[in-house]
Design a protein around this ligand. Structure first.
Ligand code: ADE
Length: 418
């Protein structure tokens, strides 16, 4: 079996941690048990370009239990858990190509390595498999039946491909499922981003001014959790509706030009480029900490930071000090890459349970329905989404009410008024 991991001797530790995460993934466990019996992916080749974490390992194991021939690579150069990559190879027989801190060349070499298996299904987190196939490996297209996409940024890229008429096979946008983005993006990113900032810096959040750029589901989560830890939170937005919502949720809303002067800690979660730019670095307080929790590392203009600096040095793991020519210092976390995965372990397993249940069931849906689908981006079918919510509630020991017959009839009628 081919693979490329940091150190295969880390495999036993990785296995222990994968099993630890599995305890918190009851929905995926149920799916795995069914897949083991039904083998919905018998002989189907799958390429997974996902963050290589304990949670992803449980997904890959589930797909393999369903009969898939799975191979995996990282969806970000800094998000791999090296012990997990080794365990996937050694203990679960899954060819894995991922090393934490790999350079861009190695990152794409690893993507090429999973594509060498000629996948029929691609599973992306950020759409790098799809964009590599469309730009460099079109010879793979005839045997590909479909794909899935995990994250907001990837779905935006794929919808742009669909709009330009270049998307070459159907994709299920896992991110669109309510059981994905309402929970993973909000509670997952909320907790894990704060976790990453704290692990990298050991800074006390209470009393600090935290600037959250972007009030999508991820930004909402981070703002909520930072506030919960005693920070004063400023939100920046470009969307009037979200800005209004942030204000009514009790946050200060300012432009980044204003907020840049005030913030102690900055987190970008917008999916866009140069959200923190030269004009912002020029007015930041000395000691400001800047980080990103959006998918790509382009949200912070690191080149501009470098240009303003006379020297850059690493002062802690995942912390670089930029000594500016005017004497101020700005600290960049995790090279501007997703701080929750660079410096911490990403979202906790309990929330990835629902995200990856969506991945597993969407892949099954793709296998069963690809001949009816067009070269478009599809939402996760509502019945899959609802079923995952039901299973999660059951696993949490929560029972909910049912409509009475009378209530059902009332909702179905229009005659009754005041
Ligand atoms: N994205 C965010 N957190 C993650 C995790 N723990 N595993 C895989 N992908 C993630």
């Amino acid at each position: 079996m081919k693979f490329d991991v940091k150190d295969i001797k880390l495999a036993n530790r990785g296995k222990e941690r994968i099993e630890w995460a599995e305890r918190e993934m009851p929905v995926l466990r149920l799916i795995k048990a069914r897949f083991q019996k039904e083998k919905p992916f018998k002989g189907v080749k799958m390429a997974c370009c996902l963050h290589i974490t304990t949670e992803t390992a449980n997904l890959a194991i589930t797909l393999k239990a369903g009969g898939a021939d799975v191979s995996a690579c990282a969806s970000n150069p800094l998000s791999t858990q090296d012990d997990v990559a080794s365990a996937l190879v050694k203990h679960y027989g899954i060819p894995t190509f991922a090393i934490k801190g790999e350079d861009n060349k190695t990152y794409y070499k690893h993507i090429d390595a999973v594509l060498a298996n000629k996948p029929q299904i691609t599973m992306d987190d950020g759409a790098d498999l799809v964009s590599t196939i469309l730009s460099k490996k079109r010879d793979l297209l005839p045997t590909i039946i479909g794909g899935t996409e995990e994250t907001t940024t990837g779905v935006i890229r794929l919808r742009a491909m669909e709009k330009d008429g270049v998307l070459a096979y159907p994709i299920v946008a896992v991110n669109d499922a309510l059981t994905k983005h309402l929970f993973d993006n909000r509670y997952g990113t909320g907790q894990s981003t704060i976790d990453g900032i704290i692990r990298a810096t050991n800074i006390l959040l209470a009393g600090k001014i935290v600037v959250v750029a972007g009030y999508g589901w991820c930004g909402r989560g981070v703002a909520m959790r930072a506030k919960g830890m005693g920070a004063q939170v400023i939100v920046t937005e470009i969307d009037p509706m979200k800005a209004l919502e942030a204000s009514m949720d009790g946050f200060e809303v300012k432009t980044m030009n204003q907020a840049a002067k005030e913030g102690d800690i900055f987190v970008t979660l917008t999916g866009d480029i140069n959200v923190l730019d030269e004009q912002h670095f020029k007015v930041m307080k000395s000691g400001a900490v800047v980080s990103n929790s959006g998918h790509f590392n382009c949200e912070i203009n690191i080149e501009a930071m470098k240009k303003l600096s006379k020297s850059v040095r690493r002062v802690r793991d995942f912390v670089e000090e930029f000594a500016l020519k005017d004497g101020r210092k700005i600290y960049l976390l995790g090279e501007g890459r997703l701080i929750n995965l660079a410096a911490a372990e990403g979202h906790p397993a309990s929330v990835m349970d629902m995200s990856f249940a969506n991945q597993a069931l969407s892949a099954e849906y793709m296998v069963n329905n690809h001949d009816k689908l067009r070269k478009r981006v599809y939402s996760v079918p509502e019945d899959i989404d609802k079923e995952i919510a039901r299973l999660k509630l059951k696993a949490m020991g929560i029972t909910i009410d049912k409509l009475t017959k009378e209530q059902e009839e009332y909702l179905a009628s229009w005659q009754e008024g005041t």
